[in-house]
Design a protein around this ligand. Structure first.
Ligand code: CU
Length: 221
């Protein structure tokens, strides 16, 4: 009898918490009771800055935008180390987490080609693998395999080099990028975000409000 009453009051406490406040979910919850957290604003999933050693991926048209890189002479999109599409850079040996930022769409990260430097010439119609390839180590022929919405895979950047990467499903939708693995490689200038509800056709470069692009766009060697 007593146990039942405890359980019942826990349900009530949870219900009151949900009803009263979405800011104060910390205290007053009895052990064993569960409270459903309010859903996070969908915008936050994309606009949150990613943790270190993480690549986030998503369709450029879904919010990441595209960036027209003067250094690489290429329009890139779909991959970011911070918030919006940008070229990627890590030191060799980094173990990174690749995160699918989408809530609905599967993506991959495939190595399209290895290049020596600019220009980054993305082939028109590359054959990209959907199945995982390369045992989690980035290199020629690497493919992450299908990453479900919100899921992650780990990639070890063992080999220094400049890699053209792309999504096996959305390469033609502008989801391709440059990943530089070198001692002082850094992520490049970020794309301008696409305002919600006014998405431009994918692949269209977004105008940049920033006058300079120098700091991370050029991988230092
Ligand atoms: Cu994709």
């Amino acid at each position: 009898m007593f146990k039942k009453r405890v359980a019942f009051s826990a349900v009530i406490a949870g219900a009151i918490l949900i009803a009263c406040s979405s800011h104060n979910l910390g205290g007053n919850v009895l052990p064993g009771s569960s409270v459903n957290l309010p859903p996070i604003e969908s915008d936050l999933a994309v606009t949150a800055v990613l943790p270190a050693r993480t690549i986030g991926e998503e369709l450029p048209s879904a919010g990441l935008g595209t960036y027209n890189s003067p250094y690489w002479h290429a329009t890139i999109g779909g991959y970011t180390q911070t918030q919006y599409s940008q070229t990627l850079g890590f030191p060799p040996g980094t173990k990174i987490t690749l995160r699918n930022l989408s809530k609905t769409t599967e993506h991959t990260l495939d190595v399209v080609a290895e290049i020596k430097g600019p220009p980054a010439q993305f082939p028109k119609n590359p054959t990209l693998r959907i199945n995982a390839q390369g045992h989690g180590i980035l290199g020629t022929g690497y493919a992450s395999g299908i990453i479900k919405p919100g899921k992650t895979v780990t990639i070890t950047l063992s080999k220094a080099g400049i890699y053209l990467i792309g999504c096996a499903f959305h390469y033609k939708f502008g989801m391709h990028d440059v990943l530089a693995v070198s001692k002082s490689a850094k992520p490049g200038q970020e794309a301008t975000p696409i305002p919600k509800g006014t998405a431009t056709p994918s692949g269209a470069p977004s105008p940049s409000p920033h006058p300079t692009y120098s700091y991370g766009d050029v991988p230092q060697r």
